[in-house]
Ligand binder design. Structure first.
Ligand code: SAM
Ligand code: SF4
Length: 326
């Protein structure tokens, strides 16, 4: 089968797979009360994940990002990474994590075939970090990031959600951090989900002011490669690191969308803010169902919408991003 494409000519070499909805943090915009199990069927098992990734690779997936919830809470993460790295055609295996398990595990993940790493850190200030996440764990996470940088990953990126009144004046601290470190820090505009409406109203801030400051202080906006993700990247000759801006409320954000998502319970989600999921789990129980699974994925992609409805206040069926793997 050839590479998948949708009615708008977009292809989807990139899959984001949530491995769990559980998390050990309580980020104010995501799971402010922490994760509470809801008693529904458990998350995809290692064999189900292997079959799923094999089918997506058949139709053109070249990169998979393992996310959650907090994917590193899975005891079998290192095996899942190794399975993914072994699949024909899969060139990149990436992980998005809150970083709490980096110090002990980043070496084994790298050895198993992990190629790139995104670590979420909304602040370099210990107190602010604790206020956002509910946990005083910034020092060990920064230590884990430095360990990762020594391991030769293709890319190490940090994600910081921009929060009005909390961390929106922290650019100078980030610049110090980036001067010598070869990392990309990506500032993400807060997205409205069904559970965070009040928090969103209080703390959402556009990235425009930060982009103006960057331009005024010599940061240069890079041309966007045709297969690039949603970040607009900036570089500066005096800094080893880069800065990315992810602005989901900007015009044309969806035009470059090259990704699909699968939830931790095995539902294909065509858009982060879509209005329905397509259950794939029944076809993940046996290797014999592979052709049917590939056929189902291909037929669903033809239905992918042109863009999300966030501007109209429509967050689809997404209660919070831990449910779908932001
Ligand atoms: N637990 C892992 C972590 O925090 O990196 C992986 C899952 S988390 C849902 C993935 C990313 O989504 C994190 O960088 C997080 O900051 C971001 N995120 C969560 N909710 C968000 C929201 N409402 N708006 C923007 N980014 C959000
Ligand atoms: Fe957990 Fe990540 Fe959500 Fe924070 S953003 S609560 S670390 S899933």
């Amino acid at each position: 089968m050839s590479v998948l494409s949708d009615p708008f000519g977009r292809t989807f070499p990139y899959l984001r797979l949530s491995l769990t909805e559980a998390c050990n943090f309580r980020c104010g915009y995501c799971l402010p009360d922490g994760y509470a199990a809801d008693g529904r069927p458990v998350f995809l098992a290692r064999d189900e994940v292997r079959r799923l990734l094999g089918a997506f690779a058949t139709v053109g997936m070249r990169k998979v990002r393992l996310t959650g919830g907090e994917p590193t809470l899975r005891k079998d993460l290192v095996d899942i990474v190794a399975d993914a790295a072994r699949i024909d055609g899969v060139a990149k295996v990436a992980l998005t994590t809150n970083g709490t398990r980096l110090p002990a595990h980043v070496g084994p993940w790298r050895d198993a075939g992990l190629t790139s790493l995104n670590v979420s850190a909304d602040s370099l200030d210990r107190g602010v970090f604790e206020a956002v996440t509910g946990h005083d764990r910034l020092p060990e996470i920064l230590d884990g990031i430095d360990r990762a940088l020594a391991l030769g990953f293709d890319a190490v990126k940090l994600n910081a959600v921009l929060l009005r009144g909390i961390n929106d004046e922290s650019l100078p601290a980030w610049l110090d951090y980036l001067r010598e470190r070869r990392v990309s820090v990506r500032f993400i505009e807060l997205m409205r989900t069904n559970d965070n409406v009040a928090y969103f109203e209080r703390h959402h801030v556009r990235a425009d002011a930060m982009e103006r400051t960057l331009a005024e202080s010599g940061w240069v906006r890079m041309m966007r490669a045709s297969d690039a993700g949603p970040a607009i990247e900036y570089v500066h000759p005096d800094y080893a690191g880069r800065i990315g801006i992810i602005a989901p409320y900007s015009r044309d954000f969806c035009a470059g969308c090259n990704r699909l998502r699968v939830t931790a319970r095995g539902d294909l989600r065509l858009c982060l803010f879509g209005d329905h999921g397509v259950p794939l789990r029944a076809l993940l129980q046996s290797d014999d169902d592979r052709d049917a699974l590939v056929g189902l994925i291909a037929s669903q992609l033809r239905l992918k919408a042109a863009g999300h409805g966030l501007h109209a206040g429509d967050s689809g069926i997404t209660p919070h991003l831990a449910s779908i793997g932001g």
